[in-house]
Ligand binder design. Structure first.
Ligand code: NDP
Length: 252
């Protein structure tokens, strides 16, 4: 175990797979106590066992970030286990591309509810802890996982991109609220990254298109993004990296 995050108490949303799972593992490997939040508790429990076997400290907390009651319960559970939170990784998200003329308002709602409202709900739940930690002189971080889709255009991805643009703009603007109070805000925009994200795509054709991208270029691993999160959150507290684009070298 590295010690660069020793003493930190972290919450990672969407920690049951992909980038969130890798991030939880990495933060624990650097010495943080980590609460893993997601809906699939069996997956969280498995990962906690792995982290613990590797000498880390973690708990599984079943939570749906679109449901404030489960977030409130998660806050209480984390307080009881580890005390106040000083590192929040807002990672839970879903990507549902579809031809725009299909007008899939059901999928649009799911993306907006999770990627935007869910992120804000987790933010409001844990921010009082972050402000208190900073006020007490400790390092405090919010890391939001946005996407290059926030500014790069791909056909069928405009609504997903719009939800991620909301995340990037929120991140940039909320620094004006939190920065002066010594809470860092870091927005990360990953490019193509191997995870379970594409498994939720309803159109076979668009699913095939994404699979083709993974065949064409060497994508990032979830661990690559975890590495960026660990780097940004382990700097001296006066140094904030507000915006990071993390691209596969071959994705242009
Ligand atoms: P995954 O599908 O592997 O992970 C998504 C995670 O979100 C899962 O752990 C899932 O857990 C969780 N989640 C979904 N719904 C909820 C909910 N209502 N409450 C709590 N957790 C929820 O994909 P990624 O790891 O790729 O995605 C992570 C983030 O990275 C997303 O925000 C995505 O938009 C972003 N991203 C990914 C890129 C990529 O190429 N992979 C590129 C750019 C950004 P569960 O189902 O158990 O709740």
């Amino acid at each position: 175990i590295d010690t660069s995050l020793t003493g930190r108490v972290a919450v990672v949303t969407g920690a049951s797979s992909g980038i969130g799972a890798a991030t939880a593992q990495r933060l624990a490997a650097e010495g943080a106590k980590v609460a893993l939040l997601a809906r699939r508790e069996d997956r969280l429990t498995e990962l906690v066992a792995k982290i613990t076997a590797d000498g880390g400290t973690a708990i599984a907390v079943g939570a749906d970030v679109t449901d404030q009651d489960t977030l409130d319960r998660a806050l209480a559970t984390v307080h009881e286990a580890y005390g106040p939170v000083d590192l929040l990784v807002n990672n839970a998200g879903v990507m549902l591309p579809a031809p725009i003329q299909d007008g899939r308002i059901d999928e649009w709602r799911r993306m907006i509810d999770l990627n935007v409202i869910g992120l804000l709900a987790a933010f409001r739940t844990f921010t009082p802890d972050l402000l208190a930690a900073a006020e007490a002189g400790r390092t405090a971080d919010v890391v939001n996982i946005s996407s290059i889709g926030a500014w790069m255009a791909f056909p069928a991805y405009s609504v997903y991109g719009a939800t991620k643009a909301a995340v990037s703009t929120f991140s940039q603007q909320v620094r004006a609220d939190l920065g002066p109070k010594n809470v860092r805000v870091t927005n990360i925009e990953p490019g193509l990254t191997a995870s379970e994200l594409t498994q939720h795509i309803s159109s076979g054709e668009l699913q095939g298109q994404v699979d083709g991208m993974f065949d064409a270029i060497e994508a990032l691993t979830s661990q690559d993004i975890a590495d960026v999160v660990a780097y940004a959150t382990s700097r001296a507290r006066r140094l904030n990296l507000p915006s990071i684009v993390a691209m596969p070298t071959q994705q242009a």
